[in-house]
Design a protein. Structure first.
Length: 263
């Protein structure tokens, strides 16, 4: 068989096996192997490495789309100096993702604007980078999705969906009161994931005030029991990032006005 025929057959084999990146890279890799006098093993390793890299990029893209994170925040973006109440060492430990191994939950509690969502999303980003299936939702969106599922007869399917991710972020619990049906939906999601997968939850209400969220205090107590059984809790009490930014802008405006007045 001629060299051209062998080349075409190799391309055909790669296409049949759906190794499209390797097929595309084949001419360049053959030229490289010839120029550098690579052996068969080294050539094959380089060619398959191209396919592995492309597969990893595709996999990461799928995880990114599935997660639906609201921002690109990472742990390195968090200003620990501005929020001294946040334990930097503990956050860095969470960043190793060892908490996923034993299905530990993480609760960020504090008033609006102190960085709860930023930390939750940053942990989700680290989880995606490590190749874990991750999903972000607000409490309101989760409840709405469960409500539609109940009406359409897809309740069990939706519970399996929320049980699936290795890390689930539920943001903004407590910003809106949850009636019986909504509370039951959130409780069922937490129960389905209990001791199986990790949940990161942000809330503006301390655990002692969760009765204000739910009509039924028993549901609140049962949910907290499952969340706190194996958990890390951050109580963040500090200035709002948005208010600090507002004050900084106002100060710059005042300085600008003063400078113009002097001139």
């Amino acid at each position: 068989m001629s060299e051209d025929s062998l080349y075409q057959q190799l391309r055909s084999h790669l296409a049949y096996l759906r190794l499209s990146a390797a097929a595309e890279a084949l001419p360049g890799e053959l030229d490289y192997a010839k120029a550098h006098k690579l052996g068969h093993t080294a050539f094959l390793e380089r060619l398959l490495g191209v396919e592995v890299d492309a597969t990893e990029i595709r996999r990461r893209s799928i995880l990114e789309r599935f997660a639906r994170l609201p921002s690109p925040w990472r742990l390195a973006d968090f200003d620990f100096d501005a929020q001294p109440a946040v334990d930097r060492n503990m956050v860095n430990e969470l960043g190793t993702l060892r908490f996923l191994e034993d299905a530990t939950n993480v609760l960020f509690i504090g008033p609006p604007g102190v960085g709860k969502t930023m930390l939750a999303v940053a942990l989700a980003r680290a989880s995606i980078d490590a190749g874990y299936r991750t999903y972000y939702t607000t409490a309101a969106d989760l409840v709405a999705r469960c409500h539609r599922a109940a009406l359409e007869g897809r309740w069990a399917t939706t519970m399996r969906f929320f049980a699936g991710p290795r890390l689930l972020v539920i943001d903004e619990v407590g910003y809106l009161p949850l009636a019986n049906e909504a509370a039951a939906a959130l409780f069922q999601v937490i129960t389905t994931r209990y001791l199986k997968s990790s949940t990161v939850l942000t809330t503006n209400l301390g655990v002692g005030s969760w009765g204000k969220i739910f009509d039924d205090p028993m549901v609140a107590a049962a949910m907290l029991d499952r969340l706190l059984h194996r958990s890390v809790v951050f109580n963040i009490d500090g200035d709002s990032y948005r208010m600090r930014a507002h004050r900084a802008r106002s100060e710059r405006l005042r300085e600008g006005v003063a400078a113009r007045a002097e001139n």
